[in-house]
Design a protein around this ligand. Structure first.
Ligand SMILES: [Ca+2]
Ligand SMILES: [Ca+2]
Length: 200
């Protein structure tokens, strides 16, 4: 074989391998100049479950004596007030707020007094008719029945209790009201047939 043929043969063999040499050199240089950063991420979040307040009992619109628990004459009684027996328990903390949301924005508008962990009668005398906004039942009865008096009104409210972890329990409640055929309005006064109305 002639020298020039040997030279061409060497070129044919070595040229494809030259790429391997380049890569090898590059890798060697790369590992020499760079450092490897290992990030270890640890989840330090403590998972804990808050027990929400448990509400027992409730309250409604009612009439009561100015001094709760005492006897008083009819002409001394007050309407409307929020009253009723209830208790709120938080098994892993304390109840910090308990009351009623009248406008359904999930914010308590009237707080109920007393020791929440005791089942007791609570009365809120801040209640007044401005909190009441009942609407007529719609889509239930036809006009003939409505005119005949087979109709009534209602208002939704929320009973809300909040604990010291900001856990919130919400119980929707529907209050019923009379419909007045003459004035075609919902009646927010006491039921005329109710004996408690005697002082009006
Ligand atoms: Ca709790
Ligand atoms: Ca509210």
């Amino acid at each position: 074989m002639r020298n020039d043929q040997i030279f061409v043969l060497l070129l044919v063999v070595l040229l494809p391998l030259s790429g391997c040499f380049d890569d090898a050199v590059g890798d060697a240089e790369g590992t020499g100049d760079e450092s490897t950063i290992i990030n270890n991420y640890y989840n330090n979040t403590t998972i804990s479950e808050n027990s929400l307040p448990v509400i027992v009992g409730g309250f409604s619109l009612t009439t009561t004596c100015p001094n709760v628990g005492t006897d008083c004459g009819y002409n001394e009684m007050v309407w409307p007030v929020l009253g009723g027996s209830s208790m709120v328990v938080d098994y892993d903390g304390d109840v910090v707020s308990f009351g009623i949301d009248f406008d359904m924005d999930y914010v308590i508008d009237l707080e109920m007094p007393g020791n929440y962990s005791q089942y007791e009668t609570r009365v809120n005398f801040q209640m007044n008719e401005s909190f009441l906004n009942p609407i007529h039942h719609t889509g239930v009865l036809d006009q003939t029945l409505i005119d005949a008096g087979w109709s009534s009104c209602h208002q939704w409210v929320n009973i809300i209790a909040i604990d010291d972890d900001n856990g919130t329990t919400i119980i929707p409640l529907r209050w019923n009201f009379e419909w007045d055929r003459e004035s075609q309005t919902c009646v927010v006064g006491p039921d005329p047939s109710d004996y408690r109305n005697i002082f009006y």
